[in-house]
Design a protein around this ligand. Structure first.
Ligand code: APR
Length: 243
């Protein structure tokens, strides 16, 4: 079986998909591992539009805590290895993340799509205006819009809602020679379906994950372990072939 090192060349285009596992070594809890966030917080209560309608204070309390935690941690060697890869590849590199913690942005990646939104952004339930979460009065139980004073909500894509920038992601999948998927359990769609699409479109597919993901049958190359340990060396070896 070929590996990425054999197929990469200076014209190659890479798309990366990340999930909660890449931020685990920064100290952010994943969702479905033992001790994961969804063990103590029913998804329906804190990650659905219906949950927000029923109890917006509970939902805001949950996201305020996550926002403050995200601000208190740092990008780890896995995030930094992806920034280094983008520096070498420029626009032939794109990073799509399901994470909302902002750590890829803080690591410096620019060709970045936060498909599930961001803890660092919020929008108004009335006028629709977007505002940085840091500009809201988070002392309020229900933060209000700086423009119209109505209730804000976290700019997070909840279950039942459509992820952001799917057309761009689709175009990237179509032209990528390699899809690298890191730290995601492969159970939440549409992201979990990217590897199958990439494989049928002829791309080389690579997984870096602590446990085997649910969709592991679609990967050509599997690296099992921690992203922060595996990625720096793996991506350095790719960079040799890409530059
Ligand atoms: N390095 C690599 N992989 C890791 C590490 C690590 N240090 N630690 C954990 N993992 C792996 C786990 O083995 C698991 O497969 O990361 C994966 C995390 O899976 P989930 O908790 O399901 O997170 P994710 O796949 O990102 O969830 C997808 O579900 O709840 C929604 O919207 C939320 O974006 C989230 C989506």
């Amino acid at each position: 079986m070929k590996n990425a090192f054999d197929i990469l060349n200076p014209q190659s285009r890479i798309m990366v998909l990340t999930g909660a596992g890449i931020s685990a070594e920064s100290g952010i809890r994943t969702f479905r591992d033992s001790g994961g966030l969804w063990e103590n917080h029913p998804v329906d209560d804190v990650a659905s539009p219906g949950g927000f309608r029923r109890d917006p204070k509970l939902v805001w309390n949950f996201y305020k805590q996550r926002y403050e935690q995200a601000l208190s941690v740092q990008p780890n060697p896995g995030h930094l290895a992806l920034k280094k890869l983008e520096d070498v590849m420029g626009d032939r590199f794109w990073l799509v993340t399901q994470n909302v913690d902002g750590l890829h942005d803080r690591a410096g990646n620019q060709n970045l799509i936060e498909m599930h939104g961001s803890l660092h952004s919020s929008f108004c339930t009335a006028c629709g205006g977007n505002h940085p979460t840091g500009e809201l009065d988070l002392e309020m139980e229900l933060p209000t819009c700086p423009a119209c004073n109505k209730m804000m909500r976290p700019d997070i894509v909840w279950f039942g809602e459509m992820p952001y920038r799917m057309d761009e992601i689709d175009a990237l999948l179509n032209k990528s020679n390699l899809l690298l998927v890191i730290g995601t359990s492969g159970v939440v769609y549409p992201a979990a379906g990217f590897v199958m699409r990439a494989k049928y479109l002829g791309a080389h597919t690579v997984s870096v994950n602590l446990d085997a993901p649910d969709n592991d049958a679609f990967f050509d190359e599997i690296h099992q372990g921690k992203a922060g340990t595996i990625l720096p060396d793996l991506l350095d070896s790719w960079i040799e072939k890409l530059s």
